[in-house]
Design a protein. Structure first.
Length: 452
């Protein structure tokens, strides 16, 4: 049983409104008084139709409905109330004098929640009304709670859907990123493999390249030797001109002496030993050239002065033919470690270059001077001429391979390049050129070999 307090609490202090429908004015008055005493607000109606209108308008909390009424009876009124949306949830209690079960069932079927039998007792009336008002309130709250819950569920569902969408987008992005990374990793892997393969072949390639370079160098050396050989032939012809002349004169004199019957044993001996001497000299020249062209790969200690003198022997005659004066100032005991023939080849290149430029520029009083000395454990070799020097425009290029200012029949441009390869690459020295007041000054600096 619900107390008045509970009811008040449930209805939020609001007085519940009850519509009483009865065509019997006495009955109506009794019920109303009773309900007013119970602190309810009471509305009344005397027939079914006005009851429906009033209920639709006032929305009471509960309806007490008589069954037997003129016009539409209680059952029909109840049915119509239940059919109207505004009133269908209002609990209807039948008031009936009829105690038969059949009527009660009919009433409940029409949509009533309960019935009260007339004449009713106050307590029962109060109790039943209170229960149904309580039920109605609970139902209302349940409905509200349900709606609230539904709204929340909807809200949460929307939030979830949103979160789900975001998650989906993130998942898509993540997938893209992952596939990009996988791709990058694959590329990296391929690159790594290539790198490894490259590393494996690198050593071979370096060796191949080195070999190629060695072959190229060897080829260039050969080429410059051939060029020098051409030069030598012209030198030999200069060297032989004089002895050949002498031989010619001696042979002519033999004829004259014979015609004049001056030939005797002593004369013939003199003639033959004179000829032999000249032939010896010529053969000596050939030997000198042959030694120079011998391909000696050995490195040994040698005297700079001796090597230079030997080279001078080779060019002496051609220098004389060109009217060139050679000044030598060679310090003795200057020793170098290396290949003496290669060093001579460098000297020869410098001499030939100087001679060529002196002849080409038709220098009056052409001179070449060679000076060597020992300085701070280093051998200095200087070759100077008075031909005017290397033009500034080409001074940075004259040591480059195949750089030449000469006609191709006179030079291939390898002389200074080979000289640099020999001095700097093989003998750990340096070769440079500067112009002095008279002409070009080629300076070689070489590490001195310790005396034995
Ligand atoms: N003493 C010098 N004075 C002025 N110029 C020089 C002198 N020596 C060399 N040169 C210049 O340097 C160039 C290169 O000399 P390099 O000896 O390398 O080649 P080349 O003499 O021209 O030919 P190759 O020596 O192969 O027969 C020469 O062509 C010349 O122009
Ligand atoms: Mg040259």
């Amino acid at each position: 049983m619900i107390s008045e307090g509970q009811q008040a609490a449930l209805s939020g202090e609001r007085r519940s409104v009850i519509l009483v429908v009865d065509d019997d004015a006495n009955n109506l008055a009794v019920v109303r008084d009773c309900l007013v005493a119970f602190k309810y607000t009471v509305l009344v109606a005397e027939d079914g139709e006005s009851a429906i209108k009033r209920a639709d308008y006032a929305r009471p909390d509960l309806i007490l409905l008589d069954i037997m009424m003129p016009g539409i009876d209680g059952y029909e009124t109840c049915r119509r109330l239940k059919a109207l949306q505004s009133t269908q949830n209002i609990p209807v209690l039948f008031m009936t004098a009829l105690a038969e079960t059949g009527n009660k069932v009919k009433g409940l079927e029409a949509g009533a929640v309960d019935y009260i039998t007339k004449p009713f007792q106050r307590e029962e009336l109060q109790a039943r009304i209170a229960v149904h008002l309580y039920n109605r309130e609970l139902t209302k709250r349940l409905q509200e709670a349900k709606e609230l819950l539904e709204a929340r569920v909807e809200e949460r569902t929307a939030e979830l859907a949103q979160a789900n969408n975001e998650l989906h987008e993130k998942a898509v992005l993540l997938e893209e990123e992952i596939s990009e990374r996988v791709l990058a990793e694959q590329e990296l892997h391929v690159k790594q493999l290539q790198l490894e393969a490259l590393n494996r072949t690198l050593e071979t390639r370096v060796q191949e390249e080195l070999q190629r370079n060695r072959e190229k160098d060897a080829m260039m050396i050969q080429q410059s030797r051939l060029a020098a050989m051409g030069e030598m032939i012209s030198n030999i012809s200069h060297q032989w001109r004089q002895p050949l002349n002498e031989l010619g004169i001696m042979v002519q004199m033999l004829r004259v002496d014979y015609d004049e019957s001056l030939l005797d044993d002593a004369k013939i001996d003199e003639f033959s030993s004179g000829c032999m001497e000249i032939i010896q000299h010529m053969s000596q020249t050939i030997n000198t050239f042959r030694t120079f062209f011998k391909r000696e790969q050995t490195s040994a200690r040698f005297e700079v002065a001796a090597a230079i003198t030997k080279t001078v022997d080779l060019v002496q005659a051609s220098f004389q033919a060109a009217g060139i004066t050679l000044h030598l100032e060679l310090e003795s005991d200057c020793l170098i470690q290396g290949n003496a023939n290669e060093f001579s080849q460098v000297m020869l290149n410098l001499f030939n270059n100087a001679r060529d430029v002196l002849v080409e520029r038709k220098v009056a009083n052409p001179e070449i001077s060679v000076t060597t000395w020992l300085e701070n454990g280093q051998i200095m070799v200087v070759v100077e001429d008075n031909a005017g020097g290397v033009p500034d425009a080409i001074s940075g290029k004259i040591f480059d391979p195949y750089f030449t200012t000469k006609h191709k029949s006179q030079g291939v441009g390898l002389g200074l390049y080979m000289s640099k390869v020999i001095i700097e690459g093989k003998m750990a020295g340096e070769i440079d050129v500067v112009n002095n007041s008279g002409g070009a000054r080629f300076q070689l600096v070489l590490p001195a070999a310790p005396a034995a």
